[in-house]
Write a protein that binds this ligand. Structure first.
Ligand code: NAP
Length: 301
């Protein structure tokens, strides 16, 4: 599987993008790197250039950072002094086959994609990426719990809320460390799966009752679910780690008022394991780009 003949622009990002560059260079793609001026490392086959010098018409793909753009249409890069403008005009110059990749999207990027009609792939919407990412997320959660408690995870009573991709991995990880794990969900098949995993299931309708005897509460549900009335029932020493995307699913104002420590912990893979997090993105991207290339060659025949 090689990407010979593909021209790809990688615009901005953080340490994770270095793994993407490394992988795509290895697969022989031609890379235009924008926003990597402060990166001392030189990659053969990759050219650093300002956005104004990118040959958009020649591009097969544009790779944006995990967060895509800012709401005012810039791309952030930790390897550049200034944000990089990313506009509709630039994308209009690309051929129709040019695909845009990012982790997630926002209103600006959605609008740009709609107006230009280019294909946009949000890597973090993919099940495989979410499952791979759940591994560093769970490790980061272990780190947070160790940092913010004075007791071992082993033997502690942990409630995990939600049995999605993150919830399942987190529940398994804490159980493997010897915690007494119960998992809250709302679907009967999830309750069945929790039982199968050897953990204690409960329905999220019973959350208030179930938090009376816990030491740690780990939320993965991206809706306000750890409400003031739930927090009021927790023992005061309970640590709440909220993994759900911003603004999380916890009433942080009430937690603070009651003196219960509650922490919103977004983006753990990029924090605790940027290399692995980058490799997860790089591997999936390589596969998707290869599929793009194959389609292009089929269309030519
Ligand atoms: P997921 O697979 O969609 O799981 C979400 C879970 O929440 C599902 O079990 C879902 O149950 C449940 N849920 C959703 N809405 C609910 C509601 N209103 N009431 C009760 N349960 C509800 O998502 P995921 O991949 O596990 O990710 C979970 C969250 O973590 C997301 O917000 C994601 O962005 C975030 N995340 C954070 C990090 C980090 O580093 N902190 C890393 C990765 C992901 P149903 O099936 O019943 O809807």
């Amino acid at each position: 599987m090689m990407l010979t003949g593909m021209h790809i622009a990688i615009i901005g990002g953080d340490a994770r993008q270095l793994e993407v560059i490394r992988k795509l260079v290895e697969l022989d793609a031609k890379l235009s790197l924008v926003g990597f001026d402060q990166l001392a490392h030189h990659f053969t086959g990759a050219m650093k250039l300002p956005i104004s010098e990118v040959d958009f018409a020649d591009l097969d793909a544009i790779i944006l950072p995990v967060h895509g753009t800012t709401l005012d249409g810039n791309v952030n890069s930790v390897f550049a002094h200034e944000p990089i403008p990313f506009t509709e005009k630039m994308v209009q110059k690309t051929a129709r086959r040019c695909t845009i990749y990012s982790g997630i999207s926002n209103a600006y990027l959605d609008e740009l994609v709609k107006k230009t009609g280019r294909k946009h792939v949000q890597l973090f919407e993919r099940d495989d990426v979410a499952i791979y990412n759940s591994i560093p997320t769970a490790e980061g959660t272990v780190m947070m719990v160790i940092q913010h408690t004075d007791f071992t995870i082993h033997g502690s009573r942990v409630a995990v809320l939600g049995l999605g991709r993150v919830g399942m991995t987190v529940a398994r990880t804490f159980a493997a460390l010897g915690a007494k794990v119960k998992v809250g969900a709302r679907r009967s098949e999830h309750l069945a799966r929790i039982t199968e995993m050897g953990l204690v299931p409960f329905h999220l309708n019973d959350l208030e009752k179930e938090v009376r005897d816990i030491d740690v509460c780990i939320n993965t549900v991206p809706h306000l679910i750890v409400t003031a009335s739930v927090i009021a029932k927790m023992p005061p020493h309970t640590l709440i780690i909220d993994l759900a995307s911003k603004p999380g699913g916890t009433d942080f104002r009430y937690a603070e008022k009651r003196g219960v420590k509650a922490i919103l912990a977004p983006g753990l893979p990029g924090v605790v394991a940027p290399k692995t997090a980058g490799q997860i993105i790089a591997n999936v991207l390589a596969q998707l780009l290869y599929e793009d290339l194959q389609k292009r060659e089929e269309n030519r025949q």
